[in-house]
Design a protein around this ligand. Structure first.
Ligand code: CP
Length: 309
């Protein structure tokens, strides 16, 4: 029988990285690293608790990762399928949420395309119902940022002092927004944002350097995070064809050679090979993409334990 571990409580919900102070962040990341080092020690610590995955946007990694994390902790998991639910009869999101929380789950993990909606639902949550943002519009993806930090910490031991480059479609990236906040809070030395001018937002993002050349942005970087073009969120005419985009914005072995030795390559997925990243880089020795996915399970176990445990 595993002994219970001392867990730092996180508050009722996890909606973004901004709300976490450094102590909470350190405790959460430390717990995720401890889980990663010995996941079996934490097995079944939330036995009998219930998690509902309320995903209203497609997902492979996040939804299944949350389900695997919850099941490793012994939770029961219910996956909501919008296409076979009363959403198709016109039920409002708040009514769907209230219906689900009336069944007294412990956690509702939500993904939605609209910015601000998950926070609004969390504000309506009853005590004892914990909301986890599983990705919201173009603004928040806190568990992705946490798993990225865990991946860098498990590889390098610290984020402090690193030069981090985030490149691609930053305009539509919730991963970028959460990760920028994360890397700042963890005292990265420099954060560089790089992308085509029409996909590079400068408003409301401070404390970073902007680049419109990937070669310049990658030079000397310790971490390079590549982002896909989110074509589902804007008109196709706003970006060039894949081949033209790759020529300027694809992470190739030649471009990666400009980075610092041992530069860590991250990608939240899904990857578009030959568009924002060459296959040889995505599958190469510096790629941590699969480790990100593995660490995602441990990170979400840490989140669930910190909310419910
Ligand atoms: N990284 C990420 O959010 O991937 P999914 O959309 O597959 O969940």
């Amino acid at each position: 029988m595993n002994q219970p571990h001392v867990i730092e409580p996180l508050g009722q919900h996890l909606l973004n990285i901004e709300d976490l102070d450094r102590q909470q962040l350190d405790a959460l990341l430390d717990l995720a690293v401890r889980i990663a080092d010995d996941p079996d020690q934490f097995a079944n610590q939330l036995a009998g608790k219930v998690l509902i995955n309320l995903f209203l946007e497609p997902s492979t990694r996040t939804r299944i990762s949350i389900e695997v994390a919850a099941k490793r902790l012994g939770m029961h998991v219910i996956n909501f399928h919008p296409e076979s639910s009363s959403v198709v009869k016109g039920e409002a999101l708040i009514d769907t949420f209230n219906t689900l929380q009336a069944m007294a789950p412990d956690v509702i993990a939500i993904r939605h395309a609209g910015d601000g909606l998950i926070a609004a639902l969390a504000a309506a949550a009853e005590p004892g119902v914990h909301v986890v943002s599983a990705g919201e519009g173009s603004s928040q993806h806190p568990t992705q940022a946490l798993l990225d930090a865990v991946t860098v910490l498990r590889t390098r031991g610290s984020i402090e002092g690193l030069t981090v480059t985030i490149a691609g479609d930053l305009s539509h990236s919730r991963v970028a927004r959460s990760s920028i906040t994360m890397f700042k809070k963890m005292r990265a030395a420099r954060i560089r944002l790089a992308g085509p001018a029409n996909l590079l937002p400068t408003d409301g993002i401070d404390g970073v350097d902007f680049f419109t050349s990937l070669d310049e942005a990658v030079t000397g970087a310790d971490v390079v995070m590549m982002l896909r073009i989110q074509r589902e969120r804007f008109a196709a005419s706003e970006v060039p064809d894949d081949e033209t985009y790759f020529a300027s914005w694809g992470l190739t072995p030649e471009r990666l050679a400009l980075a610092a030795p041992g530069c860590m390559v991250l990608h939240p997925g899904p990857v578009n090979r030959g568009v924002e990243i060459a296959s040889s880089v995505a599958d190469g020795p510096q790629s941590l993409i699969r480790k990100q996915v593995r660490n995602g399970v441990y990170t979400r176990m840490a989140v669930l334990l910190s909310l419910v445990g």
